[in-house]
Write a protein that binds this ligand. Structure first.
Ligand SMILES: Cc1cc2nc3c(=O)[nH]c(=O)nc-3n(C[C@H](O)[C@H](O)[C@H](O)COP(=O)(O)OP(=O)(O)OC[C@H]3O[C@@H](n4cnc5c(N)ncnc54)[C@H](O)[C@@H]3O)c2cc1C
Ligand code: FES
Ligand code: FES
Length: 1292
């Protein structure tokens, strides 16, 4: 079939786009960002797994006359699929100039933006839901966000913002405002106080605009008229030819002429393939074929069109005529964990054609005895039984065939499906199952016939035929369940070791047991066994004080819950991140070539193919380094560009420079590097045996250890280990370097280390530091990950910019970023603890080893802090804590929020738990017994004055109703066999102030312009933590002007030199003081003019000063605190003050699968007098959820050969909105002053992460209860992280 290249026509934000020459593999995201400059659509992963690129795609359905709106991840949408459709991005719904859309406004006003990188995607997911359903339920709102990740906020404020669009929500303008301020009854059924915040609120509901669905932009009328989509079209690119037939016969004709053609259905898999494929490809896009989107029942078989999307399948379960088809009724449960974007695009046909055991619908379709109907031009349609053909490796379709529909027998059965995964939502199954049981109509609970299929992370689906034979004809009873499980166990035995692990076998048995128990339980109340659903309704409460006088006003900013200073820019997509900076004339793109070996000699680098590609300008390698070829010249332990040896996978060898990103990336992939493997290759803490270390041990000690152990009644020894954690900030590492005159260079990047980066670039270029200007506008999430590793893109682009005398940009793709940035250090600790019979710990000796990766970087600083917190918050008289960093052939492990403390606290709390278990004491009593008190001194010589931890402990117990709930947990556990609850309360304290004394300094520059506006520059970087917002508050209050008059500039090294890194939760403390000092100087300069005319006002005083030739610009500088810890003498103190907090969590563990549900968390935090309660609560919630990920969900996995397998959000699962505590209460300690903190506040960024350990401890508690009931020992090890597999291991 010969077809010319057609015009691709679609609309973007109401404007028509007509493209004649299109490259079909181009994704919508790339087109929006690169060609239309709509950079509000963010690139967080480029593989459909983060949601940052979400847009709304709308279509007109001619048959129904309806316009259908879908949220889609634009990075998975090939541009040609948009023919005849309309796209809306965040820029299309509201802007700073035209006014924010209510969705944008609410996410800002509810403090749902921190770094802002995820924000446009969140906005578009919610917006699309509203366009389809202006009155969603709270559950529909929650479900719409399963496909969007946020690493900063902890989701609670985003959910609160978006729930206001639901009728079921109180505190919503559409529902009349807060029921406490009106006569309305609370839709959430809350009678005591406001649902959010008592009595103060973080958001002024009355300031919110009403949502009016009638004011939305209309669908382009041109797309509603007949013509555009009624004909076959073809788009020919250089590599890909894209056919878009409109009838099945056209599609079959094209397929018969092009048997190798790929079929594009939902494209969630194909789009990714097209991005990387280098051969010529023909694609047949079947998404417009009506024949494949229908359903009908014929001869007792439901035929489902292969083109039906997962969202369509869910909708079918509501069709009255399908109420009796059990399989269709089971679909919503199977798919409920999917993100809306994936449900909207993935199709039944595409899902089946992937033929993988991991895909969720496969067990259901196979157990349900479904068949595929395939068609070709030449032959008659034929049936393929899924069970037979789709369990094999080879494709059962002939080259000319297309899957057109799926036959589902209309049987009425008892159907149950189960899935266990590391994360409940949008995660491929570790194990899944579908059960179809035919129940006897005459005899209760008797099974007539059974079908079972297991799927998940196993080589192929398993159908346990013998077990189904065992079940057939039997009546279900508790005894029979035991026998059935034994039958299954023996049937699965041959699979163990052949792809089915012991844990998976246990899950398989657990699922069978759950299914049969559900059958017994029917719909009765009682010991329900399915626990993996979170509740629909989440509750939260934020308790804080506010200066009543200034609530929500623009004066007296300090202490107010003001919104993020650039929140509106973030929500409308106008906030500019590195890759959003418009390209300048002559700009080039660079992409690095990375080592694929752990330790090897480079024997050759063949660049010929890469350099011959059109658009490639050249390359850089170590020979292009005019200065020092080390990342850190100080340590000289990691070459920036490898010379002849590589020491870890991901090390940069060279970089390819081209006209654009796609060319640079493809060319970099064509570089052939040959290696000769070297030994040793050390990957784990086996480094201890190999004596491979990075530096000497660090040690903190007090008392007399030997005497301590001698005095102890009991002594325990053990070994504990933690795994790593990846940062997954949403904006990956990147930089744009622009050469200026005479070897000067400007670097635009996202770093937490402006000054260090400036020096590093100067050193690699061999120029003085004053030649290098580093500018940071904002960072799309940092968490420590944009410290040392952030130097890399800046250094290599600076080298390339110098070589080619052109601006050069480089943004790492997600997988390379995750590989290059080692993340949190895995650790191993050996301990010995001595204690009395009452549980008082007398002596503790801990030796901590961390896996530092290949270089020193921050590893020694991290382990020093871990050692400093080696006793956590417990007063132990005799202590020796040592720490040592191991050198391994991994990318350097670096800083990650908490800086060594998350590992150390996990170890300490496990030791305390072991002591409590050994003595049969309650863990919280043992904790209480050792808790530090006012007037005591820590091991690092911190004298505890104005010490708030005991108060936090008491208030948290009271907020959480700890004693009563402990009792309730006991009662629950005594009446439930398969589910156990656990409750734990845990303290934490974190030193504020950097133990390297010299780093506690900061500078600022403040200008007042003649119109009275103020520009503040300081040395800290804004990465979502609200630093610039707090700085604005400090500046405006110190100057006595409104918040709006102050603008905080980008951070740049030519404005504020030698700035300390934005780390260690100390940035507001340091930079705030410097800004305050500068503002005080200016206030003094203006004093005469103020006194001369007190009524004149700010602008007039400024003007008078200017005309009197008084300088309206000044610097501020602070050298903060008299402290610093000396490891040689063990003299401190290590910090200026301590931020304290206590967390209490309750979980419910499913004892058959090891999954848990986070029932409730209460946190009481001492933040002094908060400068901004909304920002501080945001840090607490966000830090807690990131910590929850670390302790309970996120697992870094390497292959046996050491390859990183979890290198993106697709494989490395971080918490989603659905994972946050069902009840999440955060209270800031009231009447609380801190005379050592700026405006009496306290540093907050890192400490709250540590309180997520309470979830791990609660899980431990629940597992213990199950073990006791089963007659197992109370002493057990719950491995880190507590993913279901590890919990199950501990249970058995
Ligand atoms: C971010 C992300 C998260 C995911 N999470 C999950 C998850 O939690 N659980 C899960 O089960 N799956 C998950 N998946 C996988 C998902 O289920 C599949 O990608 C999807 O079902 C494929 O459907 P599609 O219509 O998009 O297929 P496409 O990408 O369009 O096609 C897939 C393959 O099938 C072929 N094909 C498609 N239709 C036909 C047809 N009618 N006839 C013949 N060949 C055809 C195509 O040529 C292609 O080779 C995830 C995928 C992504 C991207
Ligand atoms: S960038 Fe598209 S989902 Fe992450
Ligand atoms: S605000 Fe969501 S990722 Fe930063």
């Amino acid at each position: 079939m010969a077809v010319n290249t057609d015009m691709l026509v679609f609309f973007v934000n109401g404007k028509k786009v007509c493209l004649r020459n299109v490259e079909p593999e181009t994704t919508l995201m790339a087109y929006l960002r690169r060609d239309l400059g709509l950079t509000g659509t963010k690139n967080g992963c480029d593989e459909g797994s983060c949601g940052a690129c979400t847009v709304m795609v709308s279509a007109y359905n001619r048959d129904s006359g309806r316009i259908v709106h879908k949220a889609l991840t634009s990075c998975m949408v090939p541009i040609c699929t948009l023919h005849g459709l309309a796209v809306t991005t965040t820029e299309g719904i509201g802007s700073l100039a035209t006014g924010l859309h209510p969705v944008q406004e609410r996410i800002v006003k509810f403090h749902g933006t921190q770094c802002g990188f995820c924000t446009p995607g969140m906005v578009m997911s919610m917006y699309t839901l509203l366009r389809s359903n202006p009155n969603p339920t709270r559950k529909q709102v929650s479900d719409s966000l399963h496909g969007n990740i946020c690493r900063c906020t902890g989701y609670r404020p985003i959910m609160d913002a978006f729930w206001t669009f639901s009728k079921e929500t109180c505190c919503s303008p559409e529902n009349g405002g807060c029921c406490q301020d009106t006569d309305l009854s609370c839709p959430q059924g809350n009678s005591a106080g406001c649902c959010r915040g008592q009595p103060a609120k973080l958001t002024d509901i009355s300031s919110l605009s009403l949502y009016d669905p009638t004011q939305e932009p209309i669908f382009p009328p041109e797309l509603q008229v007949e013509g555009l989509c009624e004909n076959l079209v073809c788009f020919r690119g250089r590599r890909v030819t894209w056919y878009r037939p409109v009838t099945l016969s056209q599609a079959l004709q094209i397929k018969s002429e092009n048997p190798d053609a790929q079929i594009a259905s939902g494209c969630t898999f194909l789009a990714q393939q097209l991005k990387t494929c280098v051969q010529e490809v023909i694609v047949i896009d079947i998404s417009g074929l009506k024949e494949l989107k229908s359903h009908e029942i014929k001869n007792g078989v439901l035929m489902l069109g292969a083109g039906l999307s997962m969202a369509d399948l869910i909708d079918l379960s509501d069709h009255g005529d399908l109420a009796e088809v059990s399989l269709v009724q089971a679909v919503p449960k199977v798919l409920e964990s999917w993100g809306s974007q994936l449900k909207n695009s993935a199709t039944l046909g595409g899902h089946i054609m992937l033929r993988g055991a991991r895909y969720d619908l496969m067990p259901l379709l196979v157990a349900g005895d479904c068949f595929a109907l395939v068609a070709s031009k030449a032959d008659a349609e034929r049936k393929i039984q899924l069970k037979e053909a789709f369990l094999r490796d080879s494709n059962p379709l002939k080259p000319c065939e297309i899957l057109i529909s799926v036959g589902v027998p209309c049987a009425q059965k008892f159907v149950q499906t189960f899935k266990v995964a590391k994360r409940k939502h949008q995660d491929l199954a570790s194990l899944s199952a579908a059960f179809f049981l035919g129940i006897s109509p005459s005899e209760k609970l008797k099974i007539d016939d059974a079908q079972i299929t297991y799927g998940g992370n196993i080589p192929s689906l398993i159908v346990p035929v013998e077990t189904t034979k065992f079940l057939a004809g039997r009546k279900v009873s508790e005894e029979m369940i035991g026998e059935a499980m034994l039958a299954l166990q023996s049937e699965l035995l041959p699979f163990e070791g052949k792809g089915l692990s012991k844990t998976q076998s246990l899950w398989a048995q657990g699922f069978l047991s759950k299914c049969l128990l559900e059958l017994i339980a029917g719909n009765q109340q009682g010991d329900r066994v399915t626990t993996n659903e979170q509740p629909d309704i989440y509750k939260s409460c934020q308790i804080f004080e506010i200066d009543q006088e200034g609530t929500f006003s623009k004066l007296k900013a300090v202490g107010q819950p003001l919104t993020h200073s650039t929140g509106e820019e973030q929500a409308t997509g106008e906030a500019v991140f590195i890759d959003d900076i418009p390209m300048t004339v002559g700009e080039l793109y660079m992409y690095p070539v990375l080592s694929t070996q752990h330790h090897a000699k480079i024997t050759g680098v063949d660049l010929s193919e890469a350099l011959s590609m059109p658009g490639v300008h050249g390359y850089i390698d170590h020979k292009d380094v005019p200065g020092v070829n080390f990342v850190f010249a100080e340590y000289a332990d990691e070459e920036l560009l490898a010379t002849d040896t590589v020491h870890h996978c991901g090390q940069i060898i060279c970089g390819i420079v081209a006209t654009d990103r796609d060319t640079a990336v493809s060319a970099a992939q064509c570089v052939k590097v040959t290696y000769e493997d070297l030994t040793p290759v050390i990957l784990t803490i086996q480094a201890i045996e190999a004596k491979s270390f990075l530096g000497l041990p660090w040690r903190v000690t007090r008392g007399n250890l030997e005497a301590g152990f001698a005095q102890s009644d009991e002594v325990l020894e053990g070994e504990l280990s933690t795994k790593g954690q990846k940062h997954i900030y949403l904006e990956t590492l990147g930089a744009l370097s622009v050469p200026r005159e005479r070897d000067q260079i400007e670097v635009y990047t996202g770093t937490q280390l402006c000054h260090t980066l400036q020096i590093a670039v100067a050193e690699v270029l061999g120029v003085p530091a004053h030649n290098v200007v580093v500018k940071v506008k904002r960072i799309g999430g940092g968490f420590g990950g944009k410290e040392s590793r952030s130097l890399l893109p800046s250094m290599i682009t600076a080298l390339a910019a110098r070589k080619f005398r052109r601006p050069v940009r480089c943004i790492f793709n997600r997988k390379d970023d995750t590989l290059i940035n080692g993340g949190r250090h895995p650790s191993l600790a050996r301990y010995k603890v001595g204690f009395t019979k009452e549980g008082k710990i007398i002596a503790l000796q801990t030796m901590l080893y961390t896996n530092g990766g290949i270089t020193k970087e921050t590893s020694n600083s991290v382990i020093k802090l871990a050692v400093i917190r080696g006793e956590s918050c417990y007063n132990i008289p005799n202590v020796l804590v040592e720490g040592r960093v191991c050198r391994t052939n991994h990318s350097s492990h670096a800083s990650l929020r908490g800086f060594g403390c998350p590992q150390m606290l996990w170890i300490v709390e496990n030791i305390l738990t072991a002591v409590a278990t050994h003595l049969s004491l309650q863990p919280h009593k043992v904790r209480e017994l050792q808790l530090y008190k006012e007037g005591e001194t820590t091991i690092t010589n911190c004298f505890l004055e104005n010490f708030k931890l005991p108060k936090c402990w008491e208030e948290c117990k009271s907020l959480a109703d700890f004693d009563k709930r402990s009792q309730l947990v006991k009662e629950f556990n005594s009446t439930n066999k398969q589910r156990k609850r656990g409750l734990a309360i845990q303290p934490m304290m974190f030193g504020i102030g950097i133990y390297d004394k010299f780093l506690n300094q900061a500078g600022a520059l403040v200008h007042i312009y003649t119109d009275g506006s103020v520009l503040v520059t300081h040395g800290g970087c804004e990465m979502g933590q609200g630093l610039h917002t707090k700085i604005k508050q400090i500046a405006s209050d110190t100057l006595g002007i409104s918040f709006d008059k102050v603008l905080v500039s980008e951070t740049c090294t030519n404005m504020v030199p030698n700035a300390t890194a934005t780390v260690a939760s100390v940035s507001t403390e340091l930079n705030g003081r410097a800004v305050h000092a500068a503002c005080i100087t200016l206030v003094e300069r203006l004093r005469p003019f103020r006194e001369a005319d007190p009524q004149a006002g700010w602008e007039k005083w400024v003007s008078a000063a200017y005309f009197s030739r008084v300088s309206l610009s000044t610097t501020g500088f602070v050298s903060y605190g008299d402290f610093g810890f000396d490891f040689d003498t063990c003299k401190g103190p290590d910090c200026m003050y301590l931020t304290c907090g206590v967390g209490c969590s309750e979980v419910e563990v499913d004892c058959l699968t090891g999954e848990h549900k986070l029932v409730r968390t209460d946190i009481v935090m001492d933040v002094g007098r908060s400068i901004n309660p909304a920002v501080d609560i945001g840090q607490i919630e966000g830090g807690f959820v990131q910590g929850y990920g670390y302790y309970m969900m996120e697992e870094v996995v390497h292959s046996p050969e050491g390859k990183l397998l979890t290198d993106s959000p697709l494989t490395y699962k971080i918490p989603l909105a659905a994972d946050i505590p069902a009840q999440f209460n955060v209270a800031l300690l009231k009447n609380n002053l801190n005379d050592k903190g700026i405006y009496s506040s306290k540093g907050i960024g890192e400490p709250p992460l540590l309180l997520a350990l309470s979830v791990y401890l609660a899980t431990h508690d629940a597992v213990k209860s199950a073990r006791v009931e089963r007659g197992l020992s109370e002493v057990f090890y719950l491995e880190h992280p507590s993913i279901p597999a590890n919990v199950l291991k501990a249970l058995n």
